[in-house]
Design a protein around this ligand. Structure first.
Ligand SMILES: NC(=O)c1ccc[n+]([C@@H]2O[C@H](COP(=O)([O-])OP(=O)(O)OC[C@H]3O[C@@H](n4cnc5c(N)ncnc54)[C@H](OP(=O)(O)O)[C@@H]3O)[C@@H](O)[C@H]2O)c1
Length: 164
């Protein structure tokens, strides 16, 4: 099972200046719960934006750079290689961004774990359009903004519709 995890605004915006667009500790907790114990695949820019390996997960980072090394992560030269390696470790693997990696993997994914943030924000990176003919929302849980979480948001699970 390949699951994409993403938090996006109403225009599918996901980031600006290599940072996230919101402060949502509840979403970070949700992300941790979903991904802990499993391999996570990310692009080099997302890794640099996080700044360190995420604990209790094998961090697989995709980069074309030949001379790049970082302690605590596995660097691979292609998405195919990343998925092949992750599948050897676990049957549940997670793709965690960013925009460039999502574009190249949405067709490979079985499930989308989307945090739909109720805001329209300026951004320079976007999630690809989700085709409703392909993806079906199977669950949704919504949360109101509060003193720590600065927007309303909903956790949504989308499953790929089975082919007829
Ligand atoms: N809201 C969310 O859920 C979420 C999640 C993650 C990230 N983000 C945001 O997204 C932004 C980063 O996304 P991004 O699109 O700029 O970058 P990205 O997808 O994180 O990383 C792109 C990099 O990955 C490597 N790469 C991509 N495709 C590859 C391939 N086929 N083979 C080998 N390497 C490949 C390249 O690294 P090299 O240049 O090293 O070759 C490329 O520059 C940030 O703003 C971040 O905060 C948001």
């Amino acid at each position: 099972m390949i699951t994409i995890v993403v938090a996006m605004g109403l225009k599918n915006e996901i980031g600006a200046d290599n940072q996230l667009l919101w402060h949502l500790p509840k979403d970070l907790k949700h992300f941790k719960e979903i991904t802990s114990g499993h391999p996570i695949i990310m692009g080099r820019k997302t890794y640099e934006s996080i700044g360190k390996p995420l604990p209790n997960r094998t961090n697989i980072v995709v980069s074309r750079k030949k001379d790049w090394f970082e302690e605590g992560i596995l660097i691979v030269g292609s998405i195919k290689e990343a998925i092949k390696f992750a599948k050897k470790l676990d049957e549940n693997i997670f793709i965690i961004g960013g925009g460039n990696i999502y574009e190249q993997t949405i067709d490979l994914a079985d499930k989308l774990e989307v945090t739909q943030v109720e805001a329209e924000l300026d951004a320079d990176v976007f999630f690809p359009k989700i085709n409703p003919k392909i993806w079906e929302k199977t669950s949704e849980t919504c949360h109101e903004k509060d003193e720590k979480n600065n927007y309303n948001f909903c956790f949504q699970t989308l499953q790929k519709k089975s082919e007829i």
